[in-house]
Ligand binder design. Structure first.
Ligand code: NAP
Length: 236
């Protein structure tokens, strides 16, 4: 499968490396490949310059957002949440049409300082904004409730833990669930919450995640939904 991973940060790098390791074609998307490769020094999150990362991952190509999306069968949005609508506009609606668009971004709003707020929140979500802006794409929100390393390697967190899936297209969610399973997520760990509007709930877990990070002190943790009662009683 050919994947475009739109984003050069921790998430884009981690998911692109995992996809390439599984034998997929992975192209990372960025605003300006030349400028991205020319960067030196670590980024705001302490990541090595992209060129250093790419030389350790020679199988992963770098292209503009549009070129990456044009060649892909499935597109992953791993861009800054505040920039995601612009990134996907740059990728091009025609390059997203008919494709599964895996949205991993969170609409973090740092304008009031840290910890960040969310915008949109409560009555809307970034996942819904993306689906409205690109109605021909099949948006599936997932993996946004954990750290990048855990997304691609759930065994970093011992025991059972949960990944959520939200989206309006049943086949796209099925394909994304299969992708999650290929990353190592047991099928029992995947909870399909329903339509893309349920992304409001998973995006709103971020303020909780950030405060847990402050208490736990490292990012190798995740949410686990423990269920009581029988499947029938729960209406499952
Ligand atoms: P990030 O630093 O949030 O985003 C980096 C990407 O955003 C880069 O590709 C950058 O483009 C693009 N970008 C930033 N500002 C832009 C602008 N004004 N216009 C166009 N593009 C812009 O990277 P990240 O930490 O990997 O996170 C990616 C997404 O996943 C975010 O939405 C984040 O909330 C979410 N998330 C992150 C984690 C995590 O562990 N980090 C976990 C869960 C969810 P260039 O390549 O051109 O610089």
């Amino acid at each position: 499968m050919r994947y475009a991973v739109l984003g050069t940060g921790s998430v884009g790098r981690t998911l692109a490396a995992r996809l390439a390791g599984l034998g997929h074609e992975a192209v990372v998307g960025t605003r300006d490949p030349g400028a991205t490769l020319a960067r030196t020094g670590t980024d705001a999150y302490g990541n090595a310059p992209f060129a250093a990362w790419q030389s350790a991952h020679p199988g992963v190509a770098l292209a503009t957002f549009a070129d990456a999306a044009a060649g892909a069968e499935t597109v992953v949005n791993a861009s800054s949440g505040a920039a995601s609508l612009g990134v996907l506009t740059a990728a091009g609606a025609a390059n997203l049409a008919g494709k599964t668009l895996v949205d991993v971004a969170n609409p973090l709003d740092f304008s009031h300082g840290a910890p960040p707020a969310l915008d949109p929140v409560n009555t809307d979500s970034l996942g819904e904004q993306i689906q409205r802006a690109f109605p021909e794409a099949k948006v599936v929100k997932t993996l946004n409730t954990m750290n990048a390393a855990v997304m691609a390697d759930p065994a970093r967190v011992p025991g059972a833990h949960t990944v959520f899936v939200s989206g309006d297209d049943a086949d796209a969610k099925k394909a994304v669930t299969a992708l999650l399973e290929s990353f190592g997520w047991p099928s029992a760990s995947v909870i399909d919450l329903g339509g893309i509007a349920t992304a409001r709930g998973t995006e709103m877990l971020l303020p909780v995640w950030l405060r847990l990070y402050g208490v736990i002190g490292h990012p190798d943790f995740n949410f686990h939904i423990a269920r009581g009662g029988t499947a029938a009683a729960a209406g499952a």
